[in-house]
Design a protein around this ligand. Sequence first.
Ligand code: CP
Ligand code: NVA
Length: 313
Amino acid sequence: MAKKMDFKGRSFVALTDYTPEEIWHLLKRTEELKKLNKRGKNQPILKGKTLGMIFQKSSTRTRVSFEVAMFHLGGHALFLSGSDLQLKRGETIADTARVMSRYVDGIMARVFAHQDILDLAKYASVPVINALSDYNHPCQGLTDIFTIYEKGKDLKKTKMAYIGDGNNMVHTLIAAMAKVGGKIAVATPKGYEPNPEAVRLGKEIAQKTNGSVEILNDPVKAVKDADVIYTDTWASMGQEAEHAKRVIAFKGYQVNNALLKHAKNDVMVMHCLPAHRGEEITDEVMDGPHSIVFDQAENRLHTQKAILAEVMG
Ligand code: CP
Ligand code: NVA
């Protein structure tokens, strides 16, 4: 059993809010819950509990994995589309948080503005789980380091190269790798670098954990000696109008077999998905021997169970 720690009632807004020990606790808890699940022994840790799930944006993995996670834990999940809620007609986030807290035991939300997550967490009296904002995606980041750990890697000795847009995903990966004392090298086109505050915070954490955060513009340099290459869409949800412009700006930042040649021979390729095959990643890499993207997708279920069990259990 993972050592007992006090997560009850806490929101899960950013990995930077959790200590390295707490993150390790969640990774170990994930490992236990995944083992139980594989043995057909899901535990009803959240029997009778309810999770309200607000989606202001589309989702496949997050929606399905949270809903299944709640079912496996003996609880119930409600899917609430942002466009059906009164939020759409101007009810405030604060009032939505206060009202929902009277019905449910936890709130999961996928939003555009990160401030909406912060406001939900501020005004709700139940824990709020960030299921992606324009700034970060902590459930995915936790899953990603779990997946690398599960593949037998020592996270402290792991170098991740992130190639592509300086977006919500990379902000979270910087925090995740820094918290576990790993290395991350990010290569983006000029003008698409990650948020400077996310980088500053990541470097500050990495200094304490002996990790490192490097921001570059050269993908070949970034993937040198990399154990993991990670990429994500060039145009995130909400940036659809910039797609054509971005396809031009990101030329040369595709994860393909030519780029993989510059990394370690046994490099693992990750993507949070959905992938835009032929843009940020080729079919040959997605479907090739280095890809672990579907194991990574599966692990959303297991890590989120750990989060739910700890903060709502
Ligand atoms: N990776 C991820 O969050 O996927 P969805 O957008 O399908 O939920
Ligand atoms: N950066 C992507 C991640 C999707 C899971 C987006 O925000 O659309």
